[in-house]
Design a protein around this ligand. Sequence first.
Ligand code: SF4
Ligand code: SF4
Length: 181
Amino acid sequence: MNDQEAWDRGVRLMEKIHDRLPHDPRQQLEAVLTGYRRRKEEMLALTVAGGSTGICRACGGQCCLNGKYRFSGLDLLAVLAQKTPLPAPDFTQKPLCPYGDAGGCRMPAPVRPLDCVLFICEAIADRLEEPTTHTLARLEQELRQSVKRAETLLGRRLGQPLLLLAEHPDGTDVARRDVTN
Ligand code: SF4
Ligand code: SF4
């Protein structure tokens, strides 16, 4: 199975999980995902306010190489729940991330992979001050709690990469692979 096939299979798996959810768990999941999207947006807004856009432009997106495993099952569920189209990944542009292009990341803030939202490199961290750093730490903790809540609700390791979940549709736990693959 190549990356595109794994992606397509992962999307179908998450659609099936989402569509088959009974009413009450679905409502509970929606509540978790609403907070999950909002907090991602808040975190990215705080780093942009701290000057990340200019720093990232100068850096050329060094942290956006080999990013294919960053998009998790939960990240996809957060998109499905919104019924908004997701930019199609391009796995042929390796080592560039399949979810970005020359203009930067193509994933809107609320649906950007959690790993990318949480990653704050040294160059950006050096520019951040209180109370922003305190707020970012709180948001990170809340986002990690959202992942745990959703995983408990659905009984699946949804925080794992979508491409790996696609290979284990029965919900078997999978170990994260070398991101350079
Ligand atoms: S977050 Fe840091 S490493 Fe990533 S593109 Fe921006 S400056 Fe570069
Ligand atoms: S999803 Fe976006 S932010 Fe994350 S590695 Fe890819 S291009 Fe960079």
